[in-house]
Design a protein around this ligand. Sequence first.
Ligand code: TYD
Length: 214
Amino acid sequence: MQSNKNLKGAFISLEGGDGSGKSTQLKLLTEYLVNNGYDCVFTREPGGTKISEKIREIILDGNNSEEADETEALLYAAARAQLVKELIIPSVNAGKIVVCDRFIDSSVAYQGYARGLGKKFIDEINAYPLKNCMPDLTLFFDITPERAFERKGGADKNDRIEQSGMEFHKKVYEGYKEQARVFPNRIVEIDAEQSVENVFGAVLRALKDKKIIK
Ligand code: TYD
């Protein structure tokens, strides 16, 4: 018999800026859930479905420098619409735990705040794609971009913080902090300056507090 320890289906998103340690924690969480027999689906934004991955290629294509900010925001919303309908809603309804690397808060932080389109515009264009499908829990790995940059010992030649500018990343951070103030029940702010083990301890506590895991 297939083991399914889930208490109920759930939707978790992970958020944070470059260098926040989000990828490391995602890996640890994946291992933990799989090793403990939870029925899970791991996905990412932009992407996660065939169509959404194609949209991702357009968005992240470095040659599309003429892309308007509004177009970029709408493409993220389009990729999200497909992911929500094709994967997230059916999986949660089937009792699975869906773990998504980034979701709507990335659009608010990056396009709304950092690109300056505003939170209202982002909320409006995402109202339909979301279909009231919001994460039960969002883990925000909280570290300022200045500290993230210092922590990894400054720039290397592929450094994205350096490439797109510290000012941009400060606005992303401000956007995340504002979202966390607006949605204190959904968004758990995790101090990402702690050791990897302690950050992961906070991740597991957040899932337990929400009764997503035992
Ligand atoms: P990715 O290579 O997946 O990066 P990361 O490891 O940082 O998650 O790239 C995703 C990029 O897309 C990342 O820079 C954040 C950005 N993004 C937005 O600007 N808006 C969004 O709505 C989403 C989902 C992502």
